[in-house]
Design a protein around this ligand. Structure first.
Ligand code: EPU
Length: 425
């Protein structure tokens, strides 16, 4: 299993390009199931999660071609059963459910297992599909969805205990585009990734209004066609490198191929903490420089346009060495604090209780062997290692490879001293 050695203490400089968004790519790839014509999708990041999705699509019968960021998919003849061996590897596999039931009238998808960032129920996904006429059953660990009489547009409220659901909104949106009548999704997620999926579907011929707001209206059509689409930049990868700039760049690092309007949460908090964030005039490039006298602050995660839960761990790592007290509350995944135990092994002063971490900033962390527990927690450990004294050894690197394209190469490009090695753990 690969591990990453991060030799701390180097000041970062230079520039990198941000990859296409993993979380936009996954549902967009699944949406290729909605047409028998070819779709071409550009800037799909080469990370394990997109590879899993392509494996699922192949297993469902799609023809898949992939070369340097471009994916071509033709779903001419497909099967409704998503195989457990691949589905179990990635929770986002659940988003083949909507397209399969819309196109074939039935789907069988394994129930996703537990997840280290907390309970991740799928009740809202099922509620959405049931509301438009699907029958749902479970058998042998699979969800069986059937729409023998066809699907019928309805008004559906998808609000949950922790707010809206991103992939749940995607699933219903993908089912509704081929559903007779009008479907209205109330309390829809309005993350940029949902908007990108909607734009992809519209380019295939779907009729959708309101994506990016809490109310999405879909007028069903009888079929969708092929299209060519470029995935939006990965705002979480961008935000992660923005934190790297704030932690470890005295001269500034520049991130290209970003979108300023999608980075407001990270920008506001980095600025509030005393760092310098400067966008170019066109809003597609940003330079982040460590501030002279940074100070801690409070963060509460919230659905878009609030501060993203996917950036919580990275900011917690930054606050570990930021003077003052920082309070970080995750309202979306209150159990998503596994990185704190590892940061504490590096000397951080963090206490976690009831979905909130209180961080007392210390001068410097000291390197230690640490264990990545999930994607964003691993990114947090890499960030912590950049400024720690000594060499931080990050084990279970496969977590980071799920969602960060060539992270070690990008860090090297910025002057960080990192090495990927084959480990025995
Ligand atoms: N929820 C329910 N019932 C459901 C679905 C969700 O109660 O049926 C709850 C969840 O437990 C959570 C909240 O609703 O408390 C929001 O979860 P959501 O459904 O929005 O999460 P998701 O769609 O499964 C996506 C991202 C996650 C990101 C969340 C929140 C993808 C592939 N995944 O997951 O990304 O944290 O939205 O923004 O888009 C990551 O990239 O590291 C990652 C975990």
């Amino acid at each position: 299993m690969d591990k990453l050695l991060v030799h701390g203490g180097t000041s970062l400089s230079g520039s990198i390009n941000i990859s296409g968004s993993k979380n936009a790519s996954l549902p967009i790839l699944a949406a290729a199931l909605l047409t028998d014509q070819q779709v071409v999708i550009e800037r799909v990041p080469d990370v394990s999660d997109t590879n899993y999705m392509l494996q699922i699509l192949s297993a469902l019968g799609c023809e898949v071609e992939r070369y340097s960021g471009t994916v071509k998919i033709t779903a001419a003849e497909i099967r409704p059963e998503a195989p457990y061996e691949i589905v179990r590897k990635m929770r986002a596999s659940i988003c083949v459910m909507g397209p399969l039931v819309a196109r074939l009238g039935r789907a069988s998808v394994s129930i996703p297992g537990g997840c280290v960032i907390g309970d991740r129920p799928i009740d809202l996904h099922l509620k959405g599909l049931q509301a438009i006429g699907a029958n749902i059953d479970t058998e042998g660990g699979n969800i069986l969805i059937e729409a023998k009489e066809g699907l019928k547009g309805q008004e559906v409220d998808l609000s949950g205990k922790h707010g809206p659901t991103v992939l749940g909104t995607d699933n219903l949106l993908m089912a509704a585009v081929l559903t007779e009548g009008i479907t209205v999704i109330e309390s829809a997620a309005c993350e940029p990734e949902v908007v990108d999926l909607a734009n992809f579907l519209i380019s295939m011929g779907a009729k959708i209004e309101g994506a990016g707001t809490r109310r999405i209206t879909i007028q069903g059509v009888t079929s969708l066609g092929g299209t060519h689409h470029t995935v939006i930049p990965d705002r979480i990868e961008a935000g992660t490198f923005m934190v790297a700039g704030a932690i470890a760049s005295r001269s500034g690092i520049t991130l290209n191929r970003i979108r300023q309007d999608q980075l407001t949460g990270a920008t506001e908090k980095l600025t509030e903490a005393g760092h310098l964030v400067k966008f170019n005039r066109t809003g597609d490039s940003v330079t982040v420089t460590q501030g002279d006298s940074p100070s801690g602050c409070s963060i509460t995660t919230a659905p878009h346009p609030g501060f993203p839960t996917d950036m919580q761990a990275q900011f917690t790592a930054m606050f570990a060495t930021t003077p003052g007290i920082s309070v970080i509350e995750d309202t979306i995944f209150p159990q998503r604090f596994m990185h704190c135990a590892e940061l504490t092994r590096m000397g951080a002063d963090i206490s976690v209780d009831n979905g909130t971490a209180v961080v007392h900033g210390i001068n410097q962390l000291s390197a230690a062997p640490v264990m990545a527990s999930d994607l964003r927690a691993s990114a947090a450990l890499v960030l912590a290692g950049l400024k720690a004294k000594g060499t931080t050894e990050i084990n279970r690197l496969y977590h980071i490879d799920r969602g960060y394209e060539m992270i070690d190469e990008k860090l090297l490009q910025l002057g960080a001293k990192v090495e990927r090695t084959r480990g025995s753990v």
